[in-house]
Design a protein around this ligand. Sequence first.
Ligand code: B12
Ligand code: SF4
Ligand code: SF4
Length: 405
Amino acid sequence: MTPTTPTSITKPLTKATAKPCPLTAAQLTELSKHIKSWGKALGFAHIGVADIDLSQHEAGLQHWLDNGYHGEMNYMASHGMMRARPNELHPGTLRVICARMDYLPPEAGFASNLTDPNLGYISRYAGGRDYHKMIRQRLKKLGDKITEHCNTLGINDTDFRPFVDSAPILERPLADKAGLGWTGKHSLILHPDAGSWFFLGELLINLPLPVDIPIKADCNTCVACIKSCPTNAIVEPYVVDARRCISYLTIELQGAIPAEFRPLIGNRIYGCDDCQLVCPVNSKAPLTAESDFHTRQALVQPELITLFNWSEAVFLRQTEGSAIRRIGHKRWLRNIAIALGNAPANPEIIAALNQRKLSDEVDDMVIEHIDWAITQQQQKAPLDAISRKTQRVIRAIQKGLPRDA
Ligand code: B12
Ligand code: SF4
Ligand code: SF4
């Protein structure tokens, strides 16, 4: 997922302290209980506390970078090993409070969306309001509550810093340590009762709170996500080559999408959920409690042609406050052009593609994708549009996630 402010660490560091904490163990345990109930009141489904030792993940991170799996996400390679060292990111940090917020919208309509290649598929995390700001604000409120409480105990140098997807920090290994779930073979965090449809956020803090225990569960022999990934992006268990992942290709990649991946993308125009859709643990996943994460009307099972015809002004209006807006209109058109190329042969689609080429809202990159789509349309037999792998994913959703199908 795209960090909002790519890994900025320029904010001045304040009030950092390495002094021994004057709170007793009993006071810290009491505070920890409060933090969990304040977190729940703020809409977090699970709060856990981790220590800051991620040294066992440094080699894995380095291996990932050495293999170039980060592609063009240069921010992933910046800042050296700071990602695995929260106290270098924010000096004085002793613990990380990890928070989970569920985003699965009601009536997700996964199977109906993937079954119809004339509709665009948008990852269900992105159909509503952008989560970054909202979660960061709530984490800040949680930090303020902790500070107030410490003030009443005579502690006046509490220091915290909230993060959501925006910092050079390994959010998943931290969440794993904090007991929020285990690391699935798709590399996401999942919980036996909550599946994986959630965002993570963290509060780095200078209090030696008692830490939570990682949960004892794992994927066992299951490999459904690895087998179902449309682009074989899960190159080994727990390791995703981002350059192959549809989420990276449709959201992070600035330029042309490599031709080898275009037919595999199907109708996914923003992100991808397949590795989560086939995951048996998601059969129990709760729906979001936040109406802000419900899919906005214009993005519910949207017709590709309608989305493709949105002018830049309409795109900006329809995606205001949404994470989708950050890819900009040109990459939006690029992605939809691919999906139109993958749709069943249809003269209306060819006409829409040709029409778009004449507009002043396209550049050479978009035109190249449109030309690719036209060629696909001209070459294919009607109704030859859904890949076998996607057909299997659709069957898995209908069977495993009937409520959300
Ligand atoms: C870069 C990034 C991406 C990239 C790369 C993904 C990747 N797997 O690394 C791309 C653009 C592809 C991406 C896609 C998605 N992302 Co993203 N992404 C991030 C980001 C910014 C950094 C992740 C990172 O550090 N990767 C580098 C690798 C090396 O780190 P890692 O995977 O955590 O690896 C550690 C473990 O795997 C572990 N490990 C390695 N081997 C083993 C073996 C065992 C046995 C174990 C237990 C552990 C283990 O060690 C590694 C550290 O070295 C995070 C936010 C953040 N700051 O952490 C969000 C984040 C991971 N993304 C998130 C989401 C939701 C997604 C998507 C689902 C979005 C979508 N629907 O399109 C997809 C899912 C794709 C997938 N299967 O990963 C959420 C995940 C929430 C969750 N439940 O876990 C995060 C945490 C954002 C957030 N704040 O909520 N993402
Ligand atoms: S998000 Fe899609 S493309 Fe990326 S790893 Fe998961 S299934 Fe594969
Ligand atoms: S699909 Fe299977 S292997 Fe993949 S994360 Fe879910 S339980 Fe683990």
